[in-house]
Design a protein around this ligand. Structure first.
Ligand SMILES: [Zn+2]
Ligand SMILES: [Zn+2]
Length: 368
């Protein structure tokens, strides 16, 4: 008789951000949830795929049949070509928009893996042996999906990065209308009780907008470097909305994604937006994925910001889902306030919560 065991093991991106990749064994089915890269001090790293071969769960990478890719951010997607070199047969599922953004980001590395990829739509169901799988809107960035897996009557939801608030480009996450038994949560702020999102005066986005506003007002130009191409697009829409007079010059990588969004009817560009090759004049904003040039007199800005639920929203989300088990990943410790308060400690005191929590380490397998 086939085994009904559920095994979960992070290969990266457990109690940290970067190289998100989670192995899920459902009976005979071996699945990867996401396949991203990380970097520390500028040095790139991939998930610890080989750790799998040291477990009793897998003898050969070809036993991994399916990969579900939540969204196009590099910490969830950029190691896909590396894994497909180990297993050229794995079938990869992602939304059309994720595929578009990924192809612009991975460039020639994408062409080599395109044959493995199938596009899926929200609410589409795919049947696999002993599994029913469907995909749901995750908010966060265009194309981001949650993956719901039904295995032997149990519902397992992998959130990927998600947001329960609408952003400039996407609506909020839409939970599937079923009872969730196991929640695999990308809980970026699950251990940051003091972190509050946009709306608070500290929010990174407001700071960026305020700095741009003052620089332009005093006749200066701004060079804003973004870490992720899709965040560049988000910033363009924000600047267009809140600083409509600002002239924005956009680098070729961000521009490529802008065109892809516009192709699928997400309008981004306005008259004040130009390609960087158009020789900026007068006070302006440059949005680029590349490091700023030296000695230019431009005001340099870090364009990084969060598109994740804050601590309070994370608690509310898990309270609402109320799973039996919540596996928290993508969840770095609180390096600013060194607080030890987690999502778990808040919900343990909630009489209506039935959830027990696991904060797994990379390479640590759990039977769920
Ligand atoms: Zn993300
Ligand atoms: Zn992420």
């Amino acid at each position: 008789m086939a085994s009904g065991k559920i095994i979960f093991m992070p290969l990266g991106g457990a109690q940290e951000v970067g190289a998100s990749c989670y192995f899920l064994k459902l009976g005979e089915n071996n699945i990867l949830l996401d396949c991203g890269c990380g970097s520390t001090h500028g040095i790139k790293f991939t998930p610890q795929f080989s750790a799998l071969l040291n477990t009793p769960y897998l003898q050969d990478f070809h036993q991994v049949s399916h990969i579900f890719l939540s969204h196009a951010h590099l910490d969830h997607s950029a190691a896909l070509p590396d894994f497909l070199e180990l297993n050229e047969r794995a079938a990869v599922y992602m939304t059309d928009l994720t595929r578009e953004i990924l192809s612009a980001q991975l460039e020639e590395r994408f062409a080599r893996i395109e044959g493995n990829i199938s596009s899926v739509a929200f609410l589409q169901k795919i049947p696999l042996p002993h599994l029913k799988i469907s995909f749901h809107q995750a908010g966060h960035i265009p194309g981001a999906m949650m993956t719901l897996i039904n295995f032997r009557g149990k519902n397992i939801l992998y959130t990927g990065d998600y947001s329960t608030f609408p952003t400039q480009l996407v609506g909020s996450a839409l939970l599937p209308p079923v009872k969730i038994d196991i929640l695999i949560l990308c809980g970026l702020h699950a251990r940051h009780p003091n972190y509050r999102r946009f709306g608070d005066s500290d929010s990174a986005l407001k700071k960026i907008l305020r700095k741009i506003y003052f620089a332009l007002r005093y006749g200066k130009s701004v060079y804003c470097q973004v870490t992720q191409i899709s965040k560049g697009v988000e910033l363009i829409t924000l600047i267009n909305k809140f600083l409509p007079q600002a002239e924005i010059f956009i680098d070729d990588r961000v521009m490529r994604i802008v065109h892809r969004f516009e192709n699928v009817h997400i309008p981004i560009m306005r008259e004040q937006n130009h390609p960087l090759s158009a020789f900026p004049q007068g006070p302006h904003v440059i949005l680029s994925t590349r490091p700023p040039p030296m000695h230019t007199g431009l005001e340099i800005l870090n364009g990084d910001f969060s598109l994740h639920d804050d601590f309070a929203a994370t608690v509310d989300f898990v309270r609402q889902v109320n799973p039996k088990i919540c596996v928290v990943v993508h969840s770095p410790p609180d390096k600013i306030f060194h607080s030890n308060t987690t999502l778990e400690q808040v919900l343990i005191n909630d009489p209506d919560s039935r959830t027990s929590f696991i904060f797994p380490k990379t390479g640590e397998p759990f039977e769920l």
